[in-house]
Design a protein around this ligand. Structure first.
Ligand code: SAM
Length: 163
């Protein structure tokens, strides 16, 4: 995929070597095959999408209990994103911003997050609503939405730092 720079955009000369290893734990299936057609952010009334969880997580128990959560946070790897932009000019804004001042997919570690509604689970496949990524986007992680999560033990002073 080729990307042309827009006015005001700057890129890094070189990126340092990778320092973390990630593992793709699944794949996201959505109706979108073209970035231009993909929503900028997921919507509560968006289409139903599916999340396929790979082995060993699928049958190994990693999904046990997830049905208890109506809203989950999905973390995914925006695998087609350019990673060297320092300043970028969103099409709808007309001026350049720093990469870390945007939720653009174009970032050094192109991690996307969405809070989605969990509609159901059939084995290793979750049906969800509220995503904004391309069909085939690799899945990094699933977590219960924070606001619905109760700590299992009485609060301790350290909880404030964990947030
Ligand atoms: N909701 C996430 C977030 O806030 O972290 C992602 C927001 S990002 C603005 C969503 C956009 O990323 C989509 O509109 C599409 O243009 C682009 N995108 C989606 N899937 C992608 C992928 N797999 N690789 C690169 N870009 C992708």
């Amino acid at each position: 995929m080729t990307f042309e720079l827009r006015p005001g955009e700057t890129i890094a000369d070189a990126l340092p070597p990778a320092e973390a290893g990630l593992v793709f734990v699944g794949r996201i299936r959505t109706p979108w095959t073209d970035r231009a057609a993909c929503p900028r952010q997921g919507r509560a009334d968006g289409p139903v999408c599916t999340i396929e969880v790979f082995e060993p997580w699928a049958s190994g128990g990693a999904l046990d209990g997830i049905e208890a959560h109506h809203r989950i946070e999905v973390l995914y790897w925006l695998h087609l994103a350019r990673r060297d932009l320092l300043r970028q000019t969103p099409m709808t804004h007309g001026r350049a911003y720093g990469t870390f001042a945007l939720r653009s997919p174009l970032r050094p570690n192109p991690i996307g997050t969405s809070i989605v509604e969990l509609l159901g689970r059939e084995g290793a496949v979750l049906r969800v609503r509220g995503l904004d990524c391309l069909d085939g986007t690799p899945l990094l992680d699933l977590k219960p939405e924070r606001s619905g999560f109760q700590p299992p033990a009485p609060p301790t002073p350290g909880d404030a730092e964990i947030g």
